[in-house]
Ligand binder design. Structure first.
Ligand code: ADP
Ligand code: ZN
Length: 217
């Protein structure tokens, strides 16, 4: 049984955390475009150099770059055969249309688009207290989920830092970008009958449980 799902929701909704739960249950590929971009920045690739200024400002990286990235990632065996959880893609109507085309070419279709809903205040609270492992991407929080040792990842021993775009000013910009460019996708997926709403302030199993009931029919 494989699942193919899009996670929608503002920054801070918990997409990464919920994606990890779904991955654990179904062994689908967790495809986070934010993680892929940050890896590219770290490695200094051409894509990374181009993306960095957009990311630091909380703006969207151009659609053509993102669409090429997703096309090549989804064609890899794990995602093509074992299913996938898209976390951070699509973020614009153009990206959503491209995803439909890519899946059609591959003879695949989405099972669901799960929308994680949280208020702006809650999103800002979470993002400004979020910390991430630079090496393995594990997510921590200085209020709710601290590392055992200050600044050191519990999982891999890597260094745990605050993302440049998790500063309050940039967070507000990211929320605005979400509202203007990404939130139209809610109607897009609702029209296709694929949208499922989940309260993002509930347990971090919520998206997984919703998906479970969708897949079970
Ligand atoms: P969050 O969901 O917490 O805002 P992500 O890690 O998903 O953060 O993304 C970080 C940044 O990477 C975004 O602010 C944006 O600049 C860029 N990015 C990620 N995914 C996309 C995408 N699908 N389209 C355009 N830009 C993207
Ligand atoms: Zn780590």
């Amino acid at each position: 049984m494989s699942v193919r799902v899009v996670l929608l929701g503002p920054p801070g909704a918990g997409k990464g955390t919920q994606a990890a739960k779904i991955k654990e249950k179904w062994d689908a590929a967790h495809v986070s475009t934010g993680d892929i971009l940050r890896d590219n920045v770290k490695e200094g690739t051409q894509t990374g150099l181009l993306a960095k200024s957009y990311m630091d400002a909380g703006r969207l990286v151009p659609d053509d770059v993102m669409i090429d990235m997703i096309r090549s990632r989804l064609s890899r065996g794990d995602a093509a055969k074992g299913g996938f959880i898209l976390d951070g893609f699509p973020r614009t109507p153009t990206q959503a249309a491209a995803l439909d085309r890519i899946l059609e070419e591959m003879g695949l279709r989405l099972d669901a688009a799960i929308l994680l809903e949280v208020s702006d205040d809650e999103a800002v609270r979470r993002l400004s207290s979020r910390r991430v492992c630079q090496d393995c991407g594990a997510i921590y929080n200085i209020i709710a989920r601290r590392t055992k040792e200050e600044g050191v990842c519990d999982v891999c021993g890597g260094s745990v830092i605050q993302r440049d775009d998790d500063q309050e000013g940039v967070i507000r910009d990211r929320l605005m970008v979400y509202r203007e460019r990404t939130s139209p996708l809610i109607d897009y997926y609702a029209d296709k009958g694929l949208l499922h709403r989940v309260d993002g302030t509930r347990s971090s199993d919520a998206a997984m449980l919703t998906l479970e009931s969708i897949v079970a029919g």
